[in-house]
Design a protein around this ligand. Structure first.
Ligand SMILES: O=P(O)(O)OC[C@H]1O[C@H](O)[C@H](O)[C@@H](O)[C@@H]1O
Length: 279
């Protein structure tokens, strides 16, 4: 991935990351379409709960820099940014609730932390579902193992949302998958043998986890997704879906997700998977 720094209209530096090949090569960056990649934020709905924009409008809007992230203390860390999205008159027509959605993004050498917060700034209760949709880059999805979802209940979107219980061992992939696992442990490990690394997803107040890969047929049908790109990606979402969050006026909900990389020794069996998952 290459990067460059440009100054925007306010004289603020912006870092532009570009990937000349892969899914982002065909991804649309034109508003109001979400970018197929990165980490879209799904709010106020994950999937389609009856409001017009699938996965909510937040991923289709331009956010602003948040200069007052209270009550989170201001971050003095130069590798972090606070962003905010507020309800607009246009959005109030389809989702009639005033809110402030904040996101703190913190970058460490081998860890990315996201802290989303939703505040009810209106005068009535509202409820919402939410997801942090992580498009993860993989060497070869058919060689990936996901640990931490064993024996859990899940909704299978490909089976009309029917509820099943995961059997067996770790998750492996040999076809299209679109599931939402319910009440998962706080840690999920995504093991990439070929890249000799394990991604560890740790989450708080985000009890559910979506797992999605369109595989070859659906990939061809998606206009902003390369035909072969399904091979090198896996979406794992940290989500609140089964039991929506309810906020009274002035209440705030806060979640947290950490994505970190564990050394390749995990793949050679030197590191006990139980330590990664439960340590
Ligand atoms: O195409 P999008 O609206 O961005 O959604 C991409 C995917 O997101 C989630 O993981 C859903 O569970 C899938 O059903 C959906 O296909």
């Amino acid at each position: 991935m290459s990067w460059s720094v440009v100054n925007d209209g306010d004289g603020l530096p912006r870092i532009i990351l570009t990937e000349p090949a892969g899914s982002s090569a065909v991804a649309s960056t034109k508003s109001p379409k979400p970018i197929r990649g990165g980490i879209p934020i799904c709010f106020p709905q994950f999937d389609n709960l009856g409001y017009p924009e699938r996965h909510g409008f937040a991923r289709n809007r331009l956010w602003e820099l948040d200069t007052c992230p209270s009550p989170l203390p201001r971050s003095n860390n130069h590798s972090s940014v606070d962003l905010i999205l507020k309800s607009t008159d246009e959005d109030l027509k389809t989702w009639p609730h005033s809110f402030e959605l904040r996101l703190r993004v913190i970058l460490h050498p081998s860890k990315l932390t996201l802290i989303p917060r939703v505040r009810n700034t209106g005068s009535k209760d509202f409820s919402f579902t939410f997801a942090i949709q992580n498009y993860l880059s993989m060497s070869d999805v058919s060689e990936i193992r996901v640990e931490g979802l064993e024996m859990l209940d899940y909704f299978d979107i490909l089976e009309n949302g029917e509820r099943f219980t995961e059997q067996g061992d770790a998750l492996t992939f040999d076809g299209e998958v679109d599931r939402v696992y319910l009440r998962t442990p706080a840690k999920i490990a995504i093991i990439d043998h070929e890249k000799k690394r394990t991604l560890v997803l740790r989450k708080e107040c985000l009890p559910d986890a979506g797992v999605w890969n369109p595989w070859n047929k659906k990939a061809k049908a998606l206009p902003d997704f390369g035909d072969e790109d399904y091979k090198a990606m896996l979406c794992i979402n940290s989500a609140v879906t089964e039991t929506p969050v309810v906020l009274k006026p002035l209440e705030e909900w806060r979640g947290c997700q950490e994505l970190s990389i564990v050394s390749s020794s995990y793949c050679s069996g030197q590191l006990d998977p139980r330590i990664v998952l439960h340590g």
